[in-house]
Write a protein that binds this ligand. Structure first.
Ligand code: MG
Length: 168
């Protein structure tokens, strides 16, 4: 059984993870529009991951006899300056996600809700990977400058990313 406070906070996170998927699909649409299909693939896979995150919380709330409440979401951003702008925006978004996971962990710690803390531990580790993979690509894009051959190679590299549901 979850406290009302924790149930609401977990529900907010379910909605935020689905919103993250929406944001990343909008980034994929931008990348397709500027003919960077590999970059678009990266964000389409990222959106799949976010839906997986949402469903992980979704299933957990249900397992704990809570009720999942889905909500509407704001329009995602549709216009960007460049591929670098997209990745920098994505990194900022993931930093927000990380701080939200930490806040959830604070509530679960206060309530001595160890099962929820165990779930959140998975997300804490996942966020380290999320931030790291985006930071790595941002560094590459900055190093490349305006070199279009290098951009083409990175686009090819990102075209190979596939969604693999994590084994839990
Ligand atoms: Mg996520």
């Amino acid at each position: 059984m979850l406290s009302e406070k924790l149930e609401n906070a977990l529900n907010n996170q379910i909605n935020f993870e689905f919103y993250s998927a929406h944001i990343y699909l909008s980034m994929a649409a931008y990348c397709l529009d500027i003919d960077l299909d590999g970059f678009a693939n990266f964000f389409t896979v990222q959106a799949e991951e976010e839906k997986f995150h949402a469903m992980k919380f979704f299933n957990y709330v249900n397992q704990k006899e809570g009720k999942v409440v889905l909500k509407g979401m704001p329009d995602p951003r549709v216009a960007f300056e460049s591929a670098l702008d997209v990745f920098e925006t994505a990194l900022l978004h993931e930093k927000i996600v990380t701080s939200r996971i930490y806040s959830l962990s604070d509530i679960a710690t206060e309530e001595r809700e160890h099962a929820t803390l165990s779930l959140l531990k998975w997300f804490i580790d996942e966020q380290v990977e999320e931030e790291n993979s985006l930071t790595t690509i941002i560094k590459k894009l900055k190093r490349m400058g305006g070199d279009s051959a290098a951009l083409y190679m990175l686009d090819n590299e990102l075209a190979t990313r596939v969604f693999v549901p994590p084994v839990i």
